[in-house]
Design a protein around this ligand. Structure first.
Ligand code: UT7
Length: 330
């Protein structure tokens, strides 16, 4: 059976209003603006309002993506929300979003792949569309990480932010769109980035709350080394699969975790700064939101041109990674 070509038809993003600067953080933990900028590249991040949950951020981003794709919520066949900070354990944030949008005919489910979640979700969506099962799938990466952050832990609280990005995937002109995908996982690295309690292993109790086990716990150095290794390796795999070379990459949109990770991977891939999309200075690491927010900003900046090769690459909790090469459609 011949499959359809699939691409990204429209993007949206939502960044909460409240800004938390590095200077604000200096008053909260033993850190400095200099340390954060030098070690991460992050200058500020945004924090959701007390009455905003992940589905609220997702809703705003999704609405914009639908407008930019030129379709309505009723056209959607499926909604996938990639998040590690859902509104609640169940029902899924995707189902809550489906209701808010009025996307009556859409199937809906959440996907847990940490910061790689949006690319994982886009891979799943692309195969649903390529096979002919569905025509339009909304993929959202949305997080309110501020709710699962230990604001006393300087190792993590300076890194993350809240935000949502969304994309509508659908059929595109033959030969264009997604050319190659790689998804991967190294489950043994799970303890490098995780939330210890609140699941079936360690249900919530007074003890787990007292021990701050409902927050993000991270071994930054392990994740750092993994990220650089995997970004370079998976991008090379995409090039092998498509027969393209490093010089053929016109734009790379990496997970926005740390500018040192991005710079180091880019150097090894011999990519010049003009080919790299970076917005982490403004938003910090928004986990599942990071890549779709950056993809949306790249669209706003007019950085997509027909026929050019765009790479998106994520890594995160799991540990997981996910990458894609897209030949941009008109
Ligand atoms: O989406 C994936 C999510 N996670 C990541 O992407 C994280 C990847 N890892 C990283 O980005 C980096 O490892 C960090 C930014 C987390 C840390 O940077 P680093 O260069 O690896 O620093 P380090 O952990 O080796 O710490 C160096 C020093 C330590 O002090 P000592 O032991 O040398 O005295 C830390 O205690 O910096 C200290 N430190 C801080 N100092 C000021 C750690 N956090 C802070 C802080 N402010 N916020």
């Amino acid at each position: 059976m011949e499959t359809r070509s699939v691409g990204f038809l429209g993007f949206g993003k939502y960044i909460p209003e409240k800004v938390l600067t590095n200077y604000d953080l200096e008053k909260m933990v033993d850190t400095s603006n200099e340390w954060i900028v030098e070690r991460t590249g992050i200058k500020e991040r945004h924090i959701a309002a007390p009455d905003q949950a992940t589905s609220d951020l997702a809703f705003n981003a999704a609405q914009q993506a639908l407008v930019n794709a030129g379709i309505t919520a009723e056209d959607l066949d499926c909604i996938i929300v990639a998040t590690v900070s859902p509104d609640m354990l169940f029902p899924s944030t995707a189902c809550i979003l489906q209701d808010k949008l009025g996307a009556k005919k859409a199937a809906a489910f959440d996907l847990s792949a940490g910061c790689s979640g949006f690319v994982y979700g886009s891979a799943v969506a692309s195969q649903m569309i390529a096979s002919g099962l569905y025509k339009y799938v909304l993929v959202v990466g949305a997080e309110t990480l501020s709710r699962i952050m230990n604001w006393k832990d300087r190792n993590t609280c300076v890194l993350f932010g809240d935000g949502a990005g969304a994309a509508v995937l659908g059929p595109v002109e033959k030969g264009y769109g997604i050319q190659a995908i790689e998804l991967g996982a190294e489950g043994k690295g799970g303890p490098s980035l995780y939330m210890p309690a609140g699941g079936s292993r360690k249900p919530a109790s007074h003890e787990t709350v007292d021990a701050a086990e409902h927050y993000i716990h991270m071994n930054g150095t392990e994740v750092f080394k993994f990220a650089i290794r995997i970004m370079v390796r998976t991008t090379n795999h995409l090039l092998e699969k498509t027969g393209l070379t490093k010089e053929d990459i016109d734009l790379i949109i990496p997970h926005q975790a740390n500018s040192r990770i991005v710079d180091s991977a880019a150097k090894r891939l011999k990519l010049t700064p003009d080919k790299i999309m970076i917005d982490l200075d403004k938003y910090g690491n928004t986990s599942g939101g990071s890549i779709p927010i950056a993809m949306c900003e790249a669209a706003e900046q007019g950085r997509y041109h027909k026929g050019e090769n765009v790479v998106i690459v994520g890594f995160g909790a799991g540990l997981t990674w996910a990458s894609m090469i897209i030949k941009w459609q008109a």
